[in-house]
Ligand binder design. Structure first.
Ligand SMILES: Nc1ncnc2c1ncn2[C@@H]1O[C@H](COP(=O)(O)OP(=O)(O)OP(=O)(O)O)[C@@H](O)[C@H]1O
Ligand SMILES: [Mg+2]
Length: 362
């Protein structure tokens, strides 16, 4: 699939923008702080209705404005689709798909598939577990609306349980209600994460082998706080119950998928602790490319790839591998300067120059 055009009104530093994109390569160039990432953010919003930079929608509202609007038209394998997101300062977010209002954000999913790759993602192996959980969550939300709903419910229950644990007097029967709900939603999250990581592992293993000319064996493993098993909901409930005294002492929930992680191994060596920086970056690249392949496998659509400032972070060999392996993928590449090696690619598509929220084609 590819994105045909975008309209932005009062979104970040774009007051009024309308752009038509190339179906293959779109370079977005400009100095720092001009709006390159903002434009990618606007595009990305059409995928899951949320930013990749902030969880607070209101931050994307142009300074001093009282609404923003994003309209994205995409061409899928068989038909076009249009997503419109309106955020009003006073009354919240409204999303339309093909002109029809949707009731919940999960109805937006399975529509436009976008993968974002930024320098942040190159650090995913080394970063704290929360970043890796965010990665899983974003990708699974994209692929499975049921995951999106379970995750939202889990987060709500978790935060209510944590607030309750901080109260002076605690009624065990009330706590038990939270425990049951945590187990219900948590077990769905664990089993979907388990399945997802197994698939990602298989694909990234192959890609990593290709990048390193067969020299390295990458393995990605789910490192769950509570393991996937038969009768998972009951098992999780038991685990939560067992740690209740601990939770009461620490006044927070200690068991459950909010404490999950992923581990990376190259030839059985933990990449996070012992891998070189190059190995960590290559693993991250393999992971991202695996994500694209998985989307294609699961949905039949090729996702759109946003490369935010990532080219300059990769050495020439990896840049080349990346570009070569993305034959049928629409690319949006932001950069302050186009590396010599990629200049040929400019002829394949369009180049936009961004200057303080104004864009011109060059
Ligand atoms: N809500 C907002 N309303 C208006 N302007 C905003 C808003 N949020 C951010 N900006 C402006 O957008 C600019 C940053 O844009 P962006 O992050 O897209 O830059 P960039 O071109 O990607 O730069 P870099 O090359 O440094 O990554 C900042 O100057 C900031 O003031
Ligand atoms: Mg940027």
């Amino acid at each position: 699939m590819h994105i045909k055009d975008i309209e932005l009104k009062n979104f970040r530093n774009y007051e009024d923008l309308h752009l038509e994109f190339d179906e293959k390569v779109n370079f977005i160039i400009g100095n720092n702080a001009q709006g390159k990432t903002n434009l990618l953010e606007g595009i990305f919003m059409s995928s899951i209705g949320k930013s990749f930079r902030t969880s607070k929608d209101i931050e994307m509202l142009g300074f001093g404005k009282d609404f923003f609007k994003i309209k994205v038209t995409a061409q899928k394998e068989l038909f076009p689709t249009e997503v419109e997101i309106l955020l009003k300062k006073d009354s919240g977010k409204f999303i339309k798909v093909d002109g029809v209002n949707i009731k919940k954000t999960s109805d937006l999913l399975e529509n436009i598939y976008i993968v974002i790759f930024s320098p942040e993602d190159l650090k995913i192996v080394k970063d704290e577990p929360e970043k890796r959980r965010k990665f899983i969550d974003r990708e699974l939300c994209l692929l499975k609306p049921a995951y999106y709903d379970s995750l939202n419910n889990y987060k709500k229950v978790l935060s209510q349980r944590n607030i309750y644990l901080k109260e002076k007097y605690i009624d065990n029967s009330v706590l038990d209600i939270w425990d049951m709900q945590l187990s219900k939603y948590g077990s769905k999250i664990i089993s979907m994460r388990d399945e997802f990581i197994e698939k990602i592992n298989k694909i990234s293993r192959e890609i990593h082998g290709n990048i390193t000319n067969g020299k390295e064996n990458l393995r990605i493993e789910y490192d769950p706080n509570v393991k996937n098993s038969e009768n998972l909901e009951e098992k999780l409930y038991e685990e939560i119950k067992k740690s209740e005294s601990n939770d009461l002492r620490l006044r927070t929930t200690t068991k459950g998928p909010h404490r999950d992680d992923i581990q990376f191994f190259i030839d059985d060596i933990n990449v996070r602790s012992f891998g070189s920086q190059g190995q960590q970056r290559t693993s991250a690249l393999s992971l991202k490319l695996a994500e694209l392949n998985l989307i294609k496998e699961e949905t039949g659509e090729s996702a759109i790839l946003l490369l935010d400032d990532v080219m300059s972070e990769l050495d020439l060999e990896r840049q080349e591998f990346l570009v070569k392996s993305l034959d049928n993928v629409q690319l949006f590449i932001t950069t302050t300067e186009i590396p010599d090696r990629l200049k040929d690619m400019m002829n394949l598509g369009k180049t936009f120059e961004v200057n303080s929220g104004k864009v011109k084609i060059i």
